[in-house]
Structure formats: C-alpha cells, structure tokens
Design a protein. Structure first.
Length: 172
C-alpha cells in the first residue's frame, strides 16, 4: 500500500519539476532583433539640398553581379533606397544608373559607380539570431565619368546600426 503511494508522489514531483523547467526556458526559436541593417541612401536636389528628389527609373547593380539588390524594385523611381553591404569584405561597389532602360538588350542611362568602404563589427544578438553585422567608419569613393548625374555625396551617418535613418546623401 505504501509503495504505490510513493510512486504516485514521485511521479507528481517529477512532473512538477519538468513543468518548472519548461516554463522557465527562454524562447530562442524566433529572432526579432537580428537583422543586419541596410545602408540607407537618400537622394536630394543638388540646387536645394533640403529637398528630397527622386531618381527616375533607377537601376543599381552590385559590381560582379548581374542582378539588382532585392531590397527594392529594379528600375523604379525613388527618393531613398536600402542597399546591403558585404559582411565578408571591407567595401561594396555598386553601379547606379539613372534613367535606366533596356534597348535591344543594351543598358541605357547615365551611370555612376560608387564604392562604400567600412569596418565590419559583428555583434552576438541571441542564440536564435546569432551574429549580426554593424558597419562603422563608412566612407565612399566614386569613379568619375564625363556624364555623371551625381553631383555630390555626403556621409550623413558613418555608423550603420539600423535601417531607419539615412546614412548617405546623394545630390543630383
């Protein structure tokens, strides 16, 4: 008579201990804070630098790739964009094409090539998110052509920690 009662008590205690362990665990399977930020570029009027100015049918190509970044639609008219930076490098180069069009398989439009230089800082967020990259010491260089549509570039924020604010201003 005593043995079944002890067995029932032990089973109940074991169930309580297991329930306490499960309920005290932190949920790690969903990553909420773990996105590597995009480089946010705003386009502004070169004559009145306080006015945002859209770029007509903008196409951007990462050097060495045949596709546009997936962070925005190809050949679109926008006054700001977000671009991914390479995590495993200290620079990312992009070809910016204003008034882009495809005429019989040939890209037309006005082209500028920009290289963004930075320092990558990896930050551990959580087990679910792992590491995310932050970028510091942002700077840019530009290949100058005779038909440049970009008049001036300004680094508004040299640290890329989120995708909420403009990091680079391009005046055209």
């Amino acid at each position: 008579m005593v043995m079944p009662r002890i067995k029932t008590i032990c089973t109940a205690l074991l169930a309580i201990v297991m329930l306490c362990q499960v309920s005290s665990c932190e949920k790690d399977d969903i990553c909420v804070d773990g996105d590597t930020p995009l480089l946010v570029i705003g386009f502004f009027d070169a004559t009145d630098e306080t006015l945002a100015k859209s770029v007509n049918t903008l196409r951007i190509r990462a050097l060495g790739f045949d596709t546009s970044p997936s962070s925005f639609a190809d050949r679109t008219t926008l006054d700001s964009i977000g671009l991914p930076l390479q995590i495993n490098a200290t620079s990312s180069s992009y070809v910016f094409i204003s008034d882009s069009a495809d005429e019989d398989g040939v890209e037309t439009g006005t082209t500028d090539t920009l290289t963004f230089n930075y320092t990558v800082q990896e930050e551990f967020v959580s087990r679910a998110c792992g590491f995310v990259a932050r970028y510091a010491d942002l700077d840019t260089t530009r290949q100058v052509f005779s038909s440049d549509w970009i008049k001036r570039i300004e680094i508004a924020n040299p640290t890329v920690e989120n995708s909420q604010a403009i990091h680079v201003k391009i005046f055209h």
